[in-house]
Every structure is written in C-alpha cells, then in structure tokens.
Design a protein. Structure first.
Length: 302
C-alpha cells in the first residue's frame, strides 16, 4: 500500500534531494505509486508492460504548494527558491469555477512547459457529489435507465433514438489520414515536419471532439439517469477480422478515452454509468427479450 511505499522511499529521497521541499517529495511519490499500480493492474489482466521511463514530467502541485487567487487570474507556486506569483491566461470555461458562491474549489494542479517555452497549468476542481444518484443494484427495467451505443460512424446513439456527435468528424478523420499517408509517402524533410505538426493538431482535434461529445451527452440527460454502455474491454483483440480500412478505423477509435471522460464527468451531472455484456445486444428485443439474427437486418437497421 501507499503507506508502506512512503516509509520505504521518503527518507532516501529527502537525503538525495535536500533542496526539494518535503511536499514535492510526497507529490512525486504519489505519481510514481500511481504509475506502478496502473502497470500492475495491466499485468494482472495479461497485458505486456515495461518499466516506465519519464524524461519530462509535469510538476505536481496541491493545496500546500499552490494557491489560486479568488479572482481566478493569479496563482502562487512554491519553487526550489522563493514562492513565485504568475498570471493565468485562462480559457473562458475557467470563469464559471470562480463565480460568486460557486461550489467548485480548486484542488491539485500540474505545471508543464511546451516546446515554445510556454508554461501551462492544468487545474482540477471539486465539489460535493449529488446525493442519492447511485443505485445499490442495476435493474434494466428501471425507468431511469437509458442505453448508449458508441460507434465509429455514429459517435453516440441513445436508446431513445437520439444520435449525438458531429457526423462530419468521420469525414475529417478520413481526410486527415489521407493527407498523413501522402506526406509519409513523400518522405522529404519538409513533409516530415508538416506531418508531425498535423499529427499534433489532429490529436488535439480528437481530444476536443471527445470532450464535446461526452459533455453534450451528459447535459442531455436528467439527473438520476442510469446510462448503460457496452463493456468494450479488449474489443480490438476479440473482434473478427475486417477489411484493412475497417480495422484501421477500429484501432484508431478512442472509445477508452471517451469512457474515461464520461466516468469522471458523470458525477457532476448526477449520472450513473453501468457496463453490460455486449453479446447479442444488437439482436435482442428490448421488450420481450427474443434474440435472433434477423432482428438486425444490416449494420444500421434493426
């Protein structure tokens, strides 16, 4: 456990890095402990893991080493020297966390430096979770249950007939893949530089799209809703073989990141997420339970 880990390494780290404040040592220990625990969890599930190696780790901060001013624009940070104060050039979404009587309280943060020498601070906020929204047991017949289907073409389809997400994302993904492929085939230095910039831009686009999709979904559901999703664990290894294009789309499908976003955002909206076995869910009648292949006539027609 963490307590045993702390007693085993804290004294050694303090002696090796005497200038490092004690709270920084504790924060670094927490990061290391979390990384090792995640790797052990993967190894337990039969996945190949390697010793983690970090060359550029964001600096972790907490309430003892950081303070955000009530105006939400200034922050003071502990350093190896004196404490410094900086100005936050925040996104417009940051304002709602610093409104008067806001239930949100700043918690931990991480400071990192990009390639242009700019410093970024990633803040986390917390508030009391809604009471009474998590059921003791999952009952599929509950009126508060709504089913969700995550897909490659249709980002999110709900059991009440709604389809969420921008359908143009799929065409944007195909255009980006085609451009990246042609740049890689060209192979010149300028093409490689452009491909690298486009790769970073595409990565940011995908993360932004997932954030918008998950937020749109949770905002559309009333508090107390139970969102039932298919358990897609190991979907890439247990699905049957497809054509090359279909396989590429499945392997680039960020369903796990979407799932993580839904899980950490759900508490804010009072939504409970449960996972069910996906076997035969597209062939089973939701009313009587009758299961047959002809219930699903094609990929998109039920």
């Amino acid at each position: 456990n963490y307590e045993t880990f702390h007693h085993a390494v804290y004294t050694t780290l303090r002696a090796r890095f005497p200038r490092l404040p004690s709270q920084f040592v504790c924060n670094v220990q927490t990061l290391a402990f979390g990384a090792v625990r995640a790797l052990r969890s993967l190894a337990k599930n039969g996945q190949d893991v390697q010793k983690p190696l970090y060359t550029n780790v964001p600096i972790p901060y907490d309430a003892r080493t950081m303070r955000v001013r009530p105006n939400g624009k200034d922050v003071t940070l502990t350093t190896l020297g004196k404490r410094i104060e900086g100005r936050i050039v925040g996104h417009r979404q940051l304002r709602r966390y610093f409104r008067e009587n806001s239930p949100w309280k700043p918690g931990a943060a991480r400071v990192s430096e990009d390639r242009e020498g700019r410093f970024w601070i990633s803040l986390t906020f917390s508030r009391p979770a809604p009471v009474g929204v998590t059921p003791e047991t999952f009952d599929p017949s509950d009126d508060n249950v709504i089913g969700g289907d995550r897909g490659v073409v249709v980002p999110f389809a709900l059991s009440d007939g709604r389809k969420l997400g921008d359908p143009n994302w799929h065409s944007v993904e195909r255009r980006n893949f085609s451009t990246q492929k042609s740049l890689q085939r060209k192979g010149t230095k300028s093409a490689k530089r452009r491909a690298k910039r486009r790769s970073q831009k595409w990565s940011r686009f995908r993360v932004d799209a997932d954030h918008r999709l998950t937020t749109q979904l949770l905002r559309s559901l009333p508090a107390g809703t139970i969102l039932a999703l298919e358990d897609l664990t190991n979907i890439r290894t247990r699905c049957r073989r497809y054509r090359r294009e279909t396989n590429r789309r499945i392997h680039s499908w960020p369903f796990r990141r979407q799932q993580m976003m839904l899980e950490y955002k759900a508490g804010e909206y009072g939504i409970t997420i449960v996972y069910i076995d996906p076997a035969y869910t597209s062939q089973r009648c939701s009313c009587c339970g009758y299961t047959a292949r002809n219930n699903r006539r094609s990929q998109s027609w039920f």
